[in-house]
Design a protein. Structure first.
Length: 353
């Protein structure tokens, strides 16, 4: 695999990065290339933790900001290699988030004397369970490396600013029955049939659309999986309905869990995965100044992103990157060439003005 040229055109760099496989848990090749390329930049100090690379300027500025992006992608589906069609750059991870990753790497290499100190974090395992997340490992082991007045994650946001993020949790609703031979079904209790009440409550559920710090969020509570059954001639004695709750940042994680328990009152609810929401933080001076400098009106982030980790650290954080988040992870995933260029140009101006 040829070395990455971080001084090249940012779109060409994005195409080159797309062609380097980096599915979650298998980012070593891309991490090696990123580390080797950044090692050529005399103005940066580097630290590598697993497949996470932290690169920092040390200019003694009065302000420090953080720009971050993840190296990993979801599994490929015959869509690894890049291709161009008009303004669109296609390929695995083009939208989420190798277009944004190319911008961060280009800035790290070419803006040698920024107007504030910058910490760049290129990290592993964002697309999988939180326990593997490279950024979370930095939080746990060396949180001082992430100190900043503002964090910007290059997550796809249609070249706009998406503030905060909704929280997410998964719960398993466990239903019990009595096993019997299906030829004598009246001797058993069908646990799968009992799931009907759970599904009915979900069907009737009306999600909230609260306004938080001037931004309108849209919650969702949905079944994302159902399992049950032992064999084709056995009445099942257990069924599990897995639900996902996406909650607005005016609710804490304990409040969100309590809400789910209330919705499914009378059922056995077990929480299996959770991540807190993050308030927009637009009232914080560093965030407000960035919004003014970029010149676009902030929108809410409906999905969960690592901005929540920075919020927990007391650092305001925003999502700002190229790509339509609604097509992230799609087989025909793509990113707009124009958005890659515009995000790159606006961040470059912000760091050098």
């Amino acid at each position: 695999m040829p070395a990455l040229d971080l001084s090249t055109d940012v779109v060409a760099l994005a195409a080159a990065i797309i062609d380097v496989p980096s599915e979650s848990h298998d980012e070593t090749q891309l991490a090696d290339l990123v580390e080797a390329a950044l090692n050529q930049c005399a103005h940066l100090t580097l630290l590598r933790l697993g497949n996470t690379i932290v690169a920092r300027t040390e200019l003694g500025r009065s302000d420090r900001v953080l720009i971050g992006g993840h190296l990993d992608t979801v599994p490929q589906a015959g869509n690894l290699q890049h291709r161009f069609e008009g303004d669109r750059l296609y390929g695995l991870g083009a939208c989420d988030m190798k277009g944004g990753l190319a911008i961060g790497l280009s800035l790290a290499a070419t803006v040698a004397v920024p107007n504030r100190d910058v910490t760049y974090v290129f990290y592993e395992c964002e697309e999988v369970a939180s326990q593997f997340n490279g950024l979370q490992k930095v939080v746990q082991s060396q949180p001082a490396l992430l100190d900043a007045s503002l964090a910007i994650l290059m997550e796809p946001s249609n070249a706009g600013i998406e503030a905060g993020c909704q929280g997410t949790l998964r719960a398993e609703i466990r239903l019990s029955g009595v096993r019997s031979h299906s030829a004598r079904s009246w001797m058993g209790v069908n646990a799968v049939h009992a799931a009907g009440e759970v599904l009915a409550r979900l069907q009737d559920y009306q999600p909230r659309e609260p306004v938080v710090d001037g931004l309108s969020y849209h919650e969702g509570l949905n079944a994302v999986g159902i399992s049950g059954g032992i064999a084709g001639n056995v009445i099942p004695d257990e069924c599990v309905v897995t639900v996902n709750y996406r909650f607005a940042p005016d609710r804490s994680l304990p409040e969100a869990k309590s809400h789910v328990e209330t919705v499914f009152d009378g059922f056995d609810v077990q929480f299996v995965d959770e991540a807190d929401a993050a308030r927009p933080g637009l009232d914080r001076p560093a965030a407000a100044a960035f919004v003014e400098a970029i010149g676009v009106a902030p929108q809410p982030k409906f999905g969960w992103t690592d901005v929540a980790r920075f919020t927990a650290l007391g650092t305001p954080a925003l999502n700002f990157g190229p790509g339509d988040p609604s097509i992230a992870h799609a087989i025909d995933e793509w990113v707009s060439v124009e958005q890659v260029r515009s995000c790159h140009q606006r961040l470059q101006r912000w760091l050098t003005a």
